[in-house]
Design a protein around this ligand. Structure first.
Ligand code: HEM
Length: 251
């Protein structure tokens, strides 16, 4: 056999082998590609799972790894976003009274200084039989400051500053001249009004900033509603807590 023929045959044989091994390599690469793709997907899913657990743990302050916290922050509640986009609701006092827990399917609403909050997530306090059930379905602003939960369930704040005014006592008060006493009383009145204002603001801020509750709207009242009511007297326990003026020589 001629040398050239032998080389040609060998070349032919080599070519077949090369094709086969290339085919095998391509199949191997495909296998490798699909298994590495599966591995990549698994890695991403594992990362997302671990990240989700970590985020849930941080947001819930260590309460849950799986978003199962009792009091989710507002931004995790669909109803919070719904209320945000729907805009505020306006309810008359009569309409507001339907949100006191007795009407099935309705949330629990309370109002402070005319602003309505959804306090449904405080069911054990505001639901029927709860220790603060009397606050729902109404604006009881006066009671938040006076602490008189029976007499003061009204939005009428008129005259409440009296709870912070000292009781007049002729003997103690005789140490001031008439003009001085007038000025002192004006100052006491301004301070008392400020205390009532900040007492009410405390609760408005409490409900506004609480992660459990959400602001939903405002109480709609007819014009001149306040003038139609009789000014409430200072409730008994607030009256009893009032003290005499601090004597001049002890101030
Ligand atoms: C002006 C007086 C007071 C007002 C306006 C008031 C109001 C409130 C309100 C609105 C809540 C619910 C807070 C929430 O939604 O998370 C609450 C809770 C609570 N208050 Fe008062 N409070 C007053 C005085 C008191 C006093 C004197 C005590 C103690 C003797 C007290 C004990 C409690 C307790 C224990 C809770 C938690 C209730 C629970 O988790 O079930 N409060 N208070």
């Amino acid at each position: 056999m001629a040398d050239s023929e032998l080389r040609q045959r060998k070349a032919k044989g080599d070519d077949g082998q090369t094709k086969q091994s290339t085919k095998r390599r391509t199949t191997d690469e495909e296998d490798y590609d699909s298994s590495s793709l599966r591995l990549d997907i698994l890695r991403v899913l594992t990362f997302l799972f671990v990240a989700s657990c970590g985020l849930s743990y941080v947001i819930s302050s260590g309460e849950s790894f799986f978003w199962g916290m009792q009091n989710k922050p507002n931004y995790l509640k669909p109803e919070w976003w719904k209320a945000k986009f729907a805009g505020p609701i306006y309810l008359t006092p009569d309409e507001l009274s339907q949100y006191n827990g007795y009407e099935k399917g309705k949330p629990l609403y309370l109002a402070v200084n005319g602003t309505i909050f959804d306090v449904s997530s405080g069911l054990h306090m505001y639901g029927i039989g709860g220790s603060y059930h009397f606050f729902v379905g109404r604006d009881a602003s006066r009671a938040y400051v006076s602490g008189c939960f029976e007499e003061d369930l009204t939005p009428d704040m008129r005259g409440l500053e009296e709870m912070y005014l000292p009781i007049d006592d002729p003997e103690i008060d005789s140490k001031w001249t008439t003009a001085e006493m007038k000025q002192l009383k004006e100052q006491e009145l301004a301070e008392a009004k400020e205390r009532v204002h900040s007492g009410l603001k405390h609760w408005v801020d409490f409900f506004t900033n609480s992660p459990k509750y959400q602001k939903v709207g405002y109480v709609k009242r007819e014009e001149g509603w306040l003038e139609k009511l009789t000014v409430p007297p200072l409730c008994k326990s607030a009256q009893e807590k009032r003290k005499k003026r601090v004597p001049r020589d002890q101030q």
